[in-house]
Design a protein around this ligand. Sequence first.
Ligand code: NI
Length: 255
Amino acid sequence: MEFFDTHSHFNDEKFDEDRDELIKEMYKQGITKTVCIGYNVKESLHAIQISENTDFIYSSCGISPNDIEDFNEENLKQIEEMAKHEKVVAIGEIGLDYYWNKENKNKQKELFIKQIEIANKLNKPITIHTRDAVMDTLQILKEHPVNKKGIFHCCPLNVELIKEGLKLGFYISFSGNITFKNAKSEEPVKMVPNDKILIETDSPYLSPEPFRGTRNTPINVKLVAQKIATIKEISLEEVAKVTYQNALNIYEIKE
Ligand code: NI
């Protein structure tokens, strides 16, 4: 069985001490692909470096709404240049976060839209971070269609968002959030068809149960897959297989 963790942050400093060993270990345990996701200029570059050093790791670059201090013309140009790299498979993570930042909504929207434009220019999908901003996120995606679509990363378990996101042609990626005790994940997981579902860890954050609160690694993506298998009443093999193929499709990775 092989798994594709569609969203991890091996660039995070929490991996500085044992990054190389962990990368080897995850492969050994069957997590044979991941995308190292950027979120500001520096960490996008770092993500690309990591993907250059390892065959089975890809990268993305972008400025997240929580790194808005990086938002200026020069940095956007840098992101655009970096994103031309052959291992960069998406623009992201980009989006809106009104949970951490309510004060600069217009600036967040502008940054999101400008990076959608970069994605369209380069013909790459986007990976979306959205928190407490469902309506505005959907509105922007409707007004600024993304050619290559993309992924709702760590998708909030919000039925309306998933319904509309699917209508727009986006993939839905679930993380450790579906394993949490009060998550109410049944309905959201069931409503995503098998050809639009993805799995991720968002490591080092969001460890699934029973490891909640500890440092997360891509190895734990199996626990997310297992939860989906249980909810959808299909085998773990089936979840591994469909999510792996979906990830290859959206990131346009040829094997
Ligand atoms: Ni992330």
